[in-house]
Design a protein around this ligand. Sequence first.
Ligand SMILES: [Zn+2]
Length: 227
Amino acid sequence: MSVEWFSKLKEVDSLTKMRINHLKSLSDQEARLATLLQRKDQELSLVSRLQSANHSLQQELFEMEQKLKTSSEQKQRFLDRGADEEKIQGFSREISSLEDRGFGLLEEIEANTQELERLRTFLAGLEETISEINAEAQTEIGKLRAEVRNIELRVSLLLEELPSDFRNLLLKTTAKNLAHGPFTRVDNGTCFFCRFKISKIYESEIDMQQSLKTCPQCDRIFLPYGL
Ligand SMILES: [Zn+2]
């Protein structure tokens, strides 16, 4: 009978590991989506910064135009009156510097507009990628969740079927997260993993009588010979 308990122990253990892997895949899928959405947010906030920069630049350009108009009119009045050369030159310098600033603004606006165009193209592609990956991930997430539910159901049934000493020992040993899992065997009179020396009597209890025993050194559960 206890051989059957040992196989159930092994099954619970492998299902538990499978469940952990599925949960890891689930969070990988979710992280993949979250990364893309985060990237999209970053690009969108860049778009809105550029848009508001362009808005301010256009406002500045508009004010520049007004000043340019006023200066040109004033210069013309002085010319009409035949005022002194120095004043007229002063206006000419102001007009020229306003024009330079205007060209500078136009260049900045143009550069921002090109960058906005590039970002919009990029965002359209990103949007497409997100919707493809989302569809893919949702299918995968649905499958994984269903599998996790089945595993949990199967594990709880198996645990109910196990006698309490088997169940408790497995839960206790699994909780220790031992490398290579919770099981070991007797191998040439020692524990297969930690090489702790096992007495002949202990070995016979494990392999012949299929008793539930753990390694005194590494705490792994001994599986009897043939399992
Ligand atoms: Zn051991």
